[in-house]
Design a protein. Sequence first.
Length: 218
Amino acid sequence: MRTETVENYLKTIYNLSADNTTVVANQQLADKLNINPASVTEALRKLHELKYVIYEKSYGTRLTTAGVKMALNIVRRHRIWETYLVKELGFGWDEVHVIAEELEHVKNDKLINKLAEILGNPVFDPHGDPIPDAKGKIQKSNFIKLSEAKIKNNYKVMGVTDHSTAFLKYLDKHHLIIGAGITIKTIEEYDNSIILICQKKEVNISPKAAECIIVQTI
C-alpha cells in the first residue's frame, strides 16, 4: 500500500472511532472515504498484516498501539497546517481542510514542530479540534454539543465537527465563528431546533446543525 493511502485510512479510522474508543464498521469507512466496501475490506486486511489495525470482518476495526501513534502524528500535521494557513496566511476556515489534506503527508517532524512553535504551540485548530502535541498527548476539554445546551445559558462557540464548506459558510453568515458568544433563547419542543442570540440577533439552528457545533459554558 502507498504510504499516503495507509495514512488516510489510519487517520479516518481514528476520527471515526472517537479517539479509538469505539470499533469502526467497514461501511463507515467506505462512506467516509467514498470507496467501494470491497476495496475497504482488502485495505483493512493489509493494514492488519502491517499490525496497524485489529480487523475482524464480523466485528469491525480498531487501531493497534502502533496505528494510534501514526494516526495521531497525521492528525497533528493536518491540524497544525490548518492553523498555520488561517493564522499566518489568511485563509478562511472553510478553505483549509482540503489544502491540509495534501500537506499532511509531508513527513517532516522538524518542520511541523517549527510551525507549531511559530504559532505558539496551539492546542486547538481553527475548527476547534484538539491538536496532539509532539508526544501525541491531547488536551482534555469540557466542551459540549450545542444540541446539549440549556435555555437561558450563555456559551462560547469552540468548534465544529462538520468541516464542509457549505456548513462553515452558513456559520460565517450568522457570525457563529470560533469564540463567538451566544445565549440560548428557546428550544422548540416540536423538533428541538434552537433559537439563540448571537451579536444581538436571533438565529434559528436546526437539530442537525446543533449536533455539529461545539460550545463551552461561560
